[in-house]
Design a protein around this ligand. Sequence first.
Ligand code: F6R
Length: 359
Amino acid sequence: DKGPYPYYMLKEVDEQPNVMRKLASIYTEETGKDNLDPEMIDAIKNADRIHIVGAGTSYHAGLVGKKMFEKLTHIPTEVHVASEFAYDDPLLTKNPFFIFLSQSGETADSREVLVNVNARGFKSLTITNVANSTLSREANYTLLLHAGPEISVASTKAYTAQIAVEAILAKSVGVAKEQVIAEDFDVRQQLGLAATGMQAIIDEKDEIEKLAKEYFVNATRAFYIGRGIDQTVSLEAALKLKEISYVQAEGFASGELKHGTIALIEEGTPVVGIITQVKTAGLTRSNLQETLSRGANILTIVRSGLSKEDDTIVVPDIDEMITPLLSVIPAQLLAYYTSLNKGLDVDRPRNLAKSVTVE
Ligand code: F6R
């Protein structure tokens, strides 16, 4: 039931702070310990590679996961688009561990990979929102997203829940490997900060609607740009805008624009810079200036510690590893309000189904 909401998507965006709190309380303890299956943690700890497999938004959550796993566990981690990996015949190491990310747990492309993984005897974990789904039944281990049913075709709370569960898991494996950086990462506290930070952004939704009307409703194309983890969020932000508002959008590595793609910038093209990382903030700002001087209408989504006077949307401070939990929220809302103000069916965009059970 949507209750007072015009569309499920807005309800699901609004639910995200609670999902963060729920995941912190289900999977972590006040003592700093977690209650994940020790046998599973051991299996990941002993792996020489982690492979994360997903499609669409789940793939984008995997890109964020890679950064956390490598930082907190020091295990080399690769992320794969399921439909590509299934037929790639990839070169594998001796002891890989596979993590499947899937909201529905039914995506055929991901299942095709899991069938191969099982045939070769490799260990796997499915992180999913649906208990007893195909992918959770067929993997060795399962973790639930506890996000509640996601009805809108555009995935929102599953993305942030996947990132939160990856953070909890990466910390746990890192601690098992006695990595100091993992021991110092207080994931329970950070998820609490994520919850309050999300709420603060959601409380500004009327402002975000104004921006959607001003910048996107009449646009034919748009760009989200960033570097590193911000680049991965730019992909998700662009996907949201494309799928529900039909604005052709690209998520792009901000430094790569000048190698060709900047030719697409014309008078009025909206370009959103995502800026949450100390190391790359200045660089992305200069890349934004490059688009501005070609006529772009620029906006910024900036982490508060890095913000400047004329930034458009400032998101609260949080550990640099999990900034996507906050930087994605304005992008979800911009996509939502663009679709809404174009009079489209936000929850049921054309050509799409909620779960994709064909390859
Ligand atoms: C985008 C979206 C899709 C799904 C993809 C994978 O908003 O919802 O890109 O993320 O089809 O679905 P799951 O996560 O169910 O495997």
